[in-house]
Ligand binder design. Structure first.
Ligand code: SF4
Length: 697
C-alpha cells in the first residue's frame, strides 16, 4: 500500500484466541440483522445471527450466512485499478492509491473549474450504514457543489405515500405480528426478502392466525399462506378501494376511530363506494368473491395486520396504491391493538435519534443550490447534452454502493451513457460488477467485516453498531477514508474532512442516544410503544391520518402506463405484463457473483404460465426472446404456476455479463416515474415472448 494512505478502521489485532465482535448486516433488507462475527488469527471463522437480538433471533439468511465467502472471494478488487482497454471490457491494470487519487482529483478539479454540477455522485443502499453510506461522501460532494442525486430507485413512492398519510415512514412494531390473528402479506415475498418477519408470521400461524398473500406471482411465501390472491400488476389501489367498499357496505368500520383520527373520511367514503367487487374484479383480474372474502376476513378479524412491501409501488400509481392500503387499518381501527395496523417501513421512527445534518453537512453548499439528477433516469441523463433546462452535460460520475448498469431501468441507455468516451467514471467497489467494467478507475472498498458503521433499520426499531472484525483486505479502504483522501487532494481544508470513523459514529447519534452504550451492547431499542397509534398521535401536523392529504387530495386507483386499459395499442403488440422480482438467493444485484448462491439459481429465468406458453408454442426450459420496443432479453423459460396467465416473472437482478447474451431484465424496463416520489416503475412493463429459434432447448 502506498504510504500516503492508511486505513482508518479500527482493525482487530491478530490473536490466536477467538474473539467475537458485534456486526450488523449492511444489505438493503428490512431485517437489518445483528451479527456476531468470530475472528481468530485475524481471520473470520464464523458469522452468525445474534441470538440476543429480538428480531434476528440467532438466524441469518442463506445469503449473508456466506458473507465470509464474499469478503474472502478470490475475485475481490484489492488494489486500485486503472482502465487500459475499451470502456466496458473490464481491462484494467493495478496502480498505486496515490496515482489513482491524484489523477482522479486532477480530473475532478478541472471539470469543477468549468462547472461542478457536471460531476454526479451515484450511490444507494449497497451498504445501509450511516458512515459508509452518506457521511464524508456527502460532505465531499456538498463542498464540491456537485449535482445532487435524488435517491429514488427503491422506495421513494411508498415513502412519499406514507409521509402523506401518516406524516412519516412509521408503522407497527414488527415483533407484534406474532400476535396477529390475520396477516395480509401484500406485495412481499417475505421468505426471500423479509425472513425474520416471516418467522413471526409463522409463529402467529401456529397460534391460529390466517395468512393471506396478495401478489401477482405465486411466491415461495404464497405457497405457505392459507390463501393467495394473484392480482394483475399495478391494480393494488383498485383492490384497496374495493375492500373499503365492502367495509362500508357491511358496517365493518370503527367509526369512533375514524371520527377521532382520520381527516378526509367523507370524500374517501364517496370514492370507495364507486368500487363494488365486480368492478374491482374486472380491473384486478381476480374474482368478485375473492374481493368479498378478503374484505370479510379483514373487516371481522381482530387483530388484523398488513405487511406491505415495496414491490407493489413500482408502478405508475404506486404512491396512490400505498396511500389506499395504509388507510385500511385506520378505517377498521386495527391500530387500537398492538398486533393490528400496517408496516411498510419503520425508518421514520429513527428520525429523532440520528443526526443526518451533522453527518452530511449541507452547510458546505454555502448557499449554492445545485441541480438534482434522479438516479432512476440515469440512462436518459447520461445521454443528454448541455441545455438551459438540463444544465451542463454530465462529465464525471462517482459511483459507490450501487451498480446502476445492472439495476437502473432501460439499461440499454444506461450502458450507452456509461460508454461515452467523454465521461470520466470512478467506481468504489468490492468486485468488477457491470458498472465497474465501465469505469476509468475502480477503487477497492472494504466490506462490512472490515469497517466501523452504525445502522438504523426500515423493518424494526433498534439501532445497531458494526465493529470492524478484521483488517481491510489487500489495499481496500472504507468509503469514508477514500473520500477523506480525495478531499485532501482536492484541497478541501475544513476540519470535518479529517473526522475519524469513530467521530462520525458519535456524530451520527443525537446526544441522548449513547454511542458508548451502543458499542457496549451492540444495539439499542428505540422507545416506541407496542401500539404506537392506538390513540392516534400520527406524526402529521394535527396528529390525524390524512386521507385527504394537503396538496394531493384523495388517493385513487391510477392504472399502469403500460396496460390494456391505458395503452390498448401497445398491449396488442406486447400483451404480457412483466414484473421483475429478485431471485430468492440474490439481493438486488448483490451476491450474483457468489458462486454457491448463483449455482442454486442456475441461470436467468422467465416464469410463464402454461396457457401463455402453449399459445406461443413454447416448451418448458427453452431459451426465449423477451422483447418490447426498448430491447430484447434472452433467458430460459420455466413453465410453472408461479406465473399467472397474462403475467410473466423475469427474475432479477442478474449481472448483465453473467446473463445469456450480456443483458438482463432491465433491458426491457422504462424510465417513466411513479405518481409520487419520482420513483421508477419497474413492474409497469409490457412485453412479448417468443421461442428463440437461434437457441436449442
Ligand atoms: S439480508 Fe436481511 S435477512 Fe439476510 S442477514 Fe441481512 S438483514 Fe438479515
Amino acid at each position: 500500500m502506498n504510504s500516503a494512505v492508511t486505513p482508518s478502521a479500527d482493525a482487530s489485532v491478530s490473536n490466536s484466541t477467538p474473539k467475537t465482535v458485534h456486526g450488523a448486516c449492511p444489505h438493503d433488507c428490512p431485517d437489518t440483522c445483528a451479527m456476531r462475527i468470530t475472528v481468530q488469527d485475524g481471520r473470520v471463522i464464523k458469522i452468525q445471527g445474534d441470538p440476543d437480538h429480538a428480531t434476528t433471533q440467532g438466524a441469518l439468511c442463506t445469503k449473508v450466512s456466506r458473507y465470509a465467502e464474499r469478503s474472502y472471494h478470490p475475485e475481490r478488487v484489492l488494489t486500485p485499478l486503472k482502465r487500459v482497454g475499451p470502456k466496458g471490457k473490464g481491462q484494467f491494470v493495478p496502480v498505486s492509491w496515490d496515482e489513482a487519487l491524484s489523477d482522479i482529483a486532477g480530473r475532478l478539479k478541472s471539470i469543477a473549474a468549468r462547472d461542478p454540477e457536471a460531476i454526479l455522485p451515484y450511490s444507494y443502499a449497497g451498504t445501509m450504514g450511516l458512515l459508509q453510506g452518506e457521511s464524508i461522501a456527502a460532505r465531499f460532494f456538498n463542498k464540491l457543489g456537485a449535482s445532487q442525486l435524488l435517491r429514488t430507485i427503491c422506495a421513494s413512492a411508498g415513502g412519499a405515500a406514507l409521509a402523506a398519510t401518516y406524516g412519516h415512514k412509521v408503522g407497527m412494531r414488527v415483533e407484534q405480528f406474532a400476535f396477529s390473528q390475520l396477516i395480509v402479506i401484500w406485495g412481499s415475498n417475505s421468505i426471500a426478502s423479509n425472513l425474520h418477519f416471516w418467522t413471526l408470521a409463522n409463529q402467529a400461524k401456529r397460534q391460529g392466525a390466517k395468512l393471506i398473500c396478495i401478489d401477482p406471482r405465486k411466491t415461495e411465501t404464497a405457497d405457505k399462506c392459507h390463501q393467495h390472491i394473484a392480482l394483475l400488476p399495478g391494480t393494488d389501489g383498485a383492490l384497496a378501494l374495493g375492500l373499503m367498499h365492502e367495509l362500508i357496505s357491511h358496517g365493518w368500520l370503527d367509526q369512533d376511530y375514524i371520527d377521532r383520527h382520520v381527516d378526509g373520511w367523507d370524500g374517501l367514503r364517496e370514492r370507495a363506494l364507486q368500487w363494488p367487487p365486480e368492478r374491482v374484479a374486472e380491473v384486478c383480474g381476480i374474482s368478485a368473491d375473492e374481493v368479498r372474502q378478503l374484505a370479510r376476513d379483514y373487516g371481522t378479524t381482530k387483530p388484523a395486520a398488513i405487511r406491505l412491501n415495496y414491490g407493489m409501488q413500482r408502478v405508475r400509481g404506486g404512491g396512490n396504491a400505498v396511500r389506499l392500503v395504509a388507510l385500511l387499518p385506520c378505517l377498521t381501527g386495527a391500530w387500537r391493538e398492538a398486533a393490528g395496523g400496517m408496516l411498510l417501513s419503520s425508518s421514520g421512527f429513527f428520525a429523532p435519534y440520528k443526526n443526518t445534518a451533522k453527518l452530511e453537512r449541507p452547510d458546505l453548499l454555502a448557499g449554492r443550490t445545485p441541480r438534482t439528477i434522479n438516479m432512476s433516469t440515469i440512462g436518459d441523463d447520461l445521454l443528454r447534452e448541455a441545455s438551459p433546462e438540463f444544465g451542463p452535460k454530465i462529465e464525471a460520475v462517482i459511483v459507490y454502493n450501487s451498480n446502476p448498469v445492472a439495476v437502473a431501468p432501460e439499461s440499454g441507455k444506461v450502458v450507452a451513457g456509461f460508454q461515452r468516451e467523454d465521461l470520466f467514471t470512478v467506481v468504489l467497489e468490492h468486485f468488477l460488477t457491470d458498472t465497474a467494467d465501465q469505469a476509468d478507475y475502480v477503487l477497492p472498498a472494504t466490506t462490512q467485516l472490515e469497517h466501523l458503521d452504525v445502522h438504523t433499520s426500515y423493518g424494526h426499531t433498534t439501532m445497531l453498531i458494526n465493529e470492524p472484525a478484521i483488517r481491510p483486505q489487500g489495499q481496500a479502504l472504507p468509503n469514508t477514508q477514500i473520500f477523506r483522501e480525495l478531499a485532501a487532494r482536492m484541497g478541501f481544508t475544513e476540519p470535518c474532512f479529517a473526522d475519524s470513523d469513530e467521530t462520525l459514529a458519535r456524530q451520527a447519534l443525537v446526544d441522548d442516544l449513547s454511542f458508548d452504550e451502543l458499542r457496549a451492547t451492540g444495539w439499542l431499542q428505540l422507545p416506541i410503544a407496542d401500539a404506537p397509534f392506538a390513540n392516534g398521535g400520527f406524526p402529521t401536523p394535527n396528529g390525524k391520518v390524512q386521507a385527504d392529504a394537503p396538496g394531493l387530495g384523495l388517493p385513487d386507483y391510477v392504472p399502469n402506463y403500460e396496460s390494456r386499459q391505458s395503452s390498448p395499442e401497445l398491449a396488442r403488440r406486447y400483451p404480457l405484463a412483466m414484473i421483475s422480482p429478485p431471485a430468492r438467493n440474490f439481493l438486488n444485484s448483490s451476491f450474483v457473483n457468489v458462486k454457491s448462491l448463483r449455482d442454486i439459481e442456475g441461470e436467468p429465468l422467465l416464469e410463464m404460465h402454461g396457457d401463455d406458453a402453449a399459445a406461443r408454442g413454447i416448451q418448458d426450459g427453452q431459451v426465449v426472446r423477451v422483447f418490447n420496443e426498448r430491447g430484447t432479453y434472452r433467458c430460459r423459460v420455466a413453465l410453472n404456476p408461479r406465473a399467472r396467465p397474462g403475467v410473466v416473472n423475469g427474475l432479477g437482478v442478474w449481472w448483465r455479463k453473467l446473463g445469456l447474451d450480456g443483458s438482463n431484465v432491465n433491458e426491457l424496463t422504462h424510465q417513466r416515474l411513479t405518481d409520487m416520489g419520482e420513483a421508477p416503475t419497474f413492474y409497469d412493463c409490457l412485453v412479448e415472448v417468443q421461442a428463440d429459434s437461434l437457441r436449442a432447448a
